[in-house]
Design a protein around this ligand. Sequence first.
Ligand SMILES: NC(=O)c1ccc[n+]([C@@H]2O[C@H](COP(=O)([O-])OP(=O)(O)OC[C@H]3O[C@@H](n4cnc5c(N)ncnc54)[C@H](OP(=O)(O)O)[C@@H]3O)[C@@H](O)[C@H]2O)c1
Length: 323
Amino acid sequence: MRAYVITEPGGPDKLELKEVDQPSRRKGWVLIRNRAFGLNRSEWFTRRGDSPSVSFPRILGIECVGEVVEAPNGDLDSGQTVAAMMGGMGRQFDGSYAEYVLVPRENVFPLQTELEWGVLAALPEMLQTVNGSLYTGLEIDRAESLLVRGATSSIGFTSMALAKAAGLEITATTRNPNKSEELLKAGASYVVVDDGSIADKVRAIYPDGIDRVLELVGTTTLLDSLKATRRGGIVCMTGILGGQWTLSDFHPMGDVPTGVKLTSYSGEASDISLEQLQRYVAMVESGDLKLKTGPRFQFDRLHEAHVLMDENRANGKIVIEVG
Ligand SMILES: NC(=O)c1ccc[n+]([C@@H]2O[C@H](COP(=O)([O-])OP(=O)(O)OC[C@H]3O[C@@H](n4cnc5c(N)ncnc54)[C@H](OP(=O)(O)O)[C@@H]3O)[C@@H](O)[C@H]2O)c1
């Protein structure tokens, strides 16, 4: 089969398209004919050598959609449409930058859908992350307002769609004022241009502070997000678009305002049920959930897709079609 193998960290050209053996059958694992996959920031980190737990050589890719070739217990028919994600895929074992992928059964979701592969592929990891961040992390069913920090990311756009559908008033951030119009069209009531310090601007809209913050930029803006949040409100750190994993000088007593709650969402396949994922897929199919997707590329143009991610020009979830 054809697969992109990375043997050392670096730029997109380090992903080398090669002929390799198909993964060998393994008890409890499902062999999938990969039809399409979404690109993820975590793969970008790994490609650059910033994922200490991943050793090379490796085939990256933490999610895919496709058809079952062989399943362990006979509980999945061959040809069944499935999504697969996480569980060490593309990190501890070879992932989806390949024509065939072998994945533990518990990370495989059989789906009923007529969505084309290129649309379906954008959904699994994105919906798992957003669903978990909004409901497990932020408990949005008890909230009225949400700040999405890093809203022009694919996770940001999807969060706005789901939170808006749940009735929340959305404030969105971008560093680029030219993207404001698009965020308003995507459902934001307010757009704040993010220069790293926006708590005062958010409090000009919500004097007592905002109910919830989905922090996608990460530790570079986290303390400012805490300042923007009302007493009893929640900040959930889900992303690190700012590129910095740690806070070097963290003083919990001073940095976390009294009564504001700080949590995180790091996400696993088991954090979304098959029923919930199927429900979202059906909503996308019926048009009840409109998600913004990004550009699609054919398999042999993966490098271009990574360049687009390097340059922050995707403007939505990038999908690679394997064919
Ligand atoms: N916890 C989980 O389970 C999980 C799962 C998936 C993804 N994530 C994380 O969620 C985040 C979003 O992922 P994604 O794939 O949706 O991202 P993406 O679509 O690639 O995000 C692109 C956007 O990021 C913003 N950005 C880039 N560099 C930035 C910086 N230094 N500071 C502030 N903003 C910056 C840019 O917005 P502007 O130019 O408009 O400001 C750009 O439009 C990532 O950190 C990713 O690792 C977490």
